[in-house]
Design a protein around this ligand. Structure first.
Ligand SMILES: Cc1cc2nc3c(=O)[nH]c(=O)nc-3n(C[C@H](O)[C@H](O)[C@H](O)COP(=O)(O)O)c2cc1C
Ligand code: SF4
Ligand code: SF4
Length: 276
């Protein structure tokens, strides 16, 4: 069973690819969080987590999901061990996101033992455009990142398929994670600033003359933060649920959504936008 969260589709694609390689079912976190987070694992079933890095940390929705997730084992008599993995997608560096995730995994209420044996981070096209100077990647760079990520994911899938186990204290792939420079600083004070001040829907607005009221933005929001739909202009609910995943901004076919003045003349990206 592979749990995933994705805003602009990178992590969904990664989860689908892993699902195909491993012949495992995939479960969308945004579709289950707040409703049913109890799952029963089959005998020897793998447990995987795939999601993007947000502000050098675990996205809030994944954090919430992990705290409510309950895993049961088909054999309720014994606490069976299940091979567990985590794959992160990021634009350039993950900081200490995996270390933070390891703490969350320990919190999962489980009738099974989750053995985190393998971890991976893959660089994928940039989706964050909410600060000056931050924009999507150039098409060639997007293409190259996806190509490299595909190879890395297929390799990672073989590690999982062969059930290669950790040697010593840390999961396989731990040392190779793309943490970037000064990871403690980025996941610590910078991540805290990002979480408290930059994750907000308040700056979102719609340029009415470009909006054709197609409803796409409301449909693609993973947390239902947009009041909209066909025949309506979007209105952000300002209810603290927005993840600033920028899915609404990137999917608008008329580039009618702006984030304050910080997205003016910036590009748009979602997985499959350029190559179907
Ligand atoms: C709110 C937000 C914060 C992000 N923070 C980081 C980050 O700290 N480090 C990084 O390398 N990429 C960061 N990114 C880029 C995404 O992690 C990357 O594009 C990811 O593959 C997007 O996955 P998705 O398409 O599944 O949502 C951020 C993107 C968003 C929207
Ligand atoms: S996706 Fe763009 S055009 Fe469609 S309703 Fe939303 S803002 Fe308007
Ligand atoms: S409102 Fe836009 S940025 Fe916020 S969670 Fe929804 S899609 Fe993502």
């Amino acid at each position: 069973m592979i749990f995933y969260f994705s805003g602009t589709g990178n992590s969904r694609w990664a989860a689908e690819l892993l699902g195909q390689c491993l012949d495992e079912r995939i479960v969308s976190i945004s579709e289950t969080v707040g409703t049913s987070t109890n799952f029963t694992l089959k005998k020897d079933e793998v447990v995987g987590f795939v999601f993007p890095v947000h502000g050098w940390r675990v996205p809030r929705i994944v954090d919430e999901f992990m705290r409510t997730l309950e895993l049961l084992d088909t054999n309720s008599q014994s606490k069976a061990r299940h091979y567990t993995f985590c794959l992160l997608t990021a634009g350039d560096s993950i900081g200490r996101t995996m270390e933070r995730f390891v703490k969350l995994i320990r919190e999962v209420k489980s009738g099974a033992t989750l053995d985190l044996n393998a971890v991976e981070s893959v660089l994928m096209p940039e989706s964050y455009v909410g600060l000056p100077g931050m924009d999507v990647d150039k098409p060639e760079k997007e293409h190259k990142k996806i190509e490299d990520a595909e190879n890395a994911i297929v390799r990672f899938a073989s590690t999982v398929k062969e059930r290669k186990i950790r040697q010593g204290d840390v999961p396989l792939g731990w040392e190779q994670l793309k943490r970037g420079p000064i990871p403690d600083f980025f996941s610590g004070p910078v991540g805290a600033f990002f979480t408290h001040f930059l994750i907000t829907d308040k700056p979102f607005r719609v340029e009415s003359e470009r909006c054709v009221q197609c409803g796409i933005c409301a449909k693609v929001c993973p947390v239902g933060d947009i009041d909209g739909g066909k025949g309506k202009e979007p209105k952000w609910k300002n209810n603290g649920k927005c993840l600033t995943c920028f899915s609404c901004y990137h999917h608008c076919p008329h580039h009618a959504i702006e984030y304050g003045n910080r997205t003016k003349h910036k590009g748009q990206y979602f997985f499959g936008k350029r190559n179907g």
